[in-house]
Design a protein around this ligand. Structure first.
Ligand SMILES: C[S@@+](CC[C@H](N)C(=O)[O-])C[C@H]1O[C@@H](n2cnc3c(N)ncnc32)[C@H](O)[C@@H]1O
Length: 347
């Protein structure tokens, strides 16, 4: 066991983040026999990070590029930190040629003109950083700052006006939204530097579609936390739509070609996934369970979803002999419905 306290990841909200229940998840699985841990739908990285804290060899994976960069910064990276001269380089204007892509394309969409200009400069500077871990740390701070400055912490609507509307707000925090980017950025530098440590393992951050995850990379325990499909609203969560702006930042030079210009908020062109299709989602789980049948499989599941709890158990039983269901009551911050959080543990 590492002599290190669990340092909280940034309080910035990410849809479906297990930050509030990660201790419960860890307590539930820690006595099982495993030395390596694959966080297949890694998101914020909090679950894989806790596995890293406990000395496991961790593979983090997420299909979104910006998330895999987060994984690189806090899971794969065992030692690099951002020093004050790095931060100075990132935040200062140099003799580079600075594009004005965000300033032109996203005028009045998510951030103010000044903020958009700042983004074009800082992204260009970060792209000039040669050390890949320092670059990942810098992107990490940039993504967190962008999320924190957004009403609802999402990019699902053209709603910059919400920040300036003279109405009583039942959500969000105007002071946070209006705190300048560079101030937020520096706060995250301090936070992320504190997250970096060496657990003496070769941890990896990957960027694969879970169904095509390379067979040759394997771990003793596979943790599966797919996007939630609500039976109640009959829709699944489209992460690429909610966070497209961060994904665009990662592909800054090609961003313009990837945008769906018919959408008011200039999202990336849609690619429908099996996790948003209630007719394909059962087969998708089946494929995953088959693929990882030789391993310990742990699935995070929220009640009232598709597949149902019974269907999930039946799918797991096709490949595993022992299925345990562990329950926790948990209220989701971004939802009015109470969800019951479950873990399926299949050995
Ligand atoms: C429920 S969230 C995971 C939350 C994570 N456990 C945490 O605590 O932050 C689901 C994640 O799956 C990712 N995802 C969606 N489709 C995927 C796919 N086909 N393969 C891998 N990751 C995928 C999303 O980008 C999202 O970050």
């Amino acid at each position: 066991m590492l002599k290190r306290e669990l340092v909280n990841l940034p309080t910035t909200r990410y849809l479906g983040s297990k930050q509030k229940i990660v201790s419960w998840i860890w307590d539930t699985i820690q006595d099982m026999e495993f030395d390596s841990f694959l966080d297949l739908f890694g998101g914020t990285g909090i679950v894989g990070y806790v596995a890293k804290l406990h000395g496991k060899e961790v593979f983090y994976n997420d299909t979104l590029l910006f998330n895999s960069i987060i994984g690189k910064a806090i899971i794969e990276n065992n030692e690099e930190q951002l020093m004050s001269d790095d931060v100075d380089f990132i935040l200062r204007k140099h003799n580079f040629e600075y594009p004005s892509f965000i300033e032109n394309k996203f005028k009045d969409v998510y951030f103010t003109n000044e903020e958009n200009k700042w983004l074009d400069i800082v992204i260009t500077n970060i792209k000039h950083i040669e050390n890949k871990y320092k670059q990942a740390l810098a992107f990490y701070c940039l993504f967190q700052s962008c999320i924190r400055k957004r009403p609802y912490n999402l990019f699902h609507r053209k709603n910059l006006y919400v920040r300036f509307a003279n109405v009583k707000r039942g959500f969000g925090n105007k002071t946070t939204w209006d705190t300048p980017f560079d101030v937020q950025f520096k706060e995250f530098v301090e936070e992320v530097n504190n997250l970096v440590f060496d657990n003496k393992r070769e941890n990896k951050s990957l960027n694969h579609d879970s169904l095509k995850f390379p067979q040759e990379i394997s771990a003793d325990l596979i943790y599966i936390d797919t996007p939630y499909f609500s039976a109640h609203s009959n829709i699944g969560v489209d992460y690429k739509d909610f966070y497209h702006f961060l994904e665009g930042i990662c592909e800054y030079d090609e961003w313009n070609d990837k945008i769906d210009n018919n959408s008011k908020h200039f999202r990336l062109k849609k690619e429908k996934t099996v996790w948003e299709d209630k007719y394909l989602i059962h087969t998708a789980f089946d494929t995953l369970f088959k693929k990882f049948q030789g391993k310990i499989i742990v699935v995070s599941y929220r009640s009232a979803g598709i597949p149902s709890e019974e269907e999930m158990i039946a799918l797991l039983k096709k490949y595993k002999t022992n299925i345990q269901v562990v329950r926790k009551e948990y209220k989701y911050a971004l939802s009015n419905n109470d969800g019951k959080e479950l873990l399926f543990i299949a050995t």
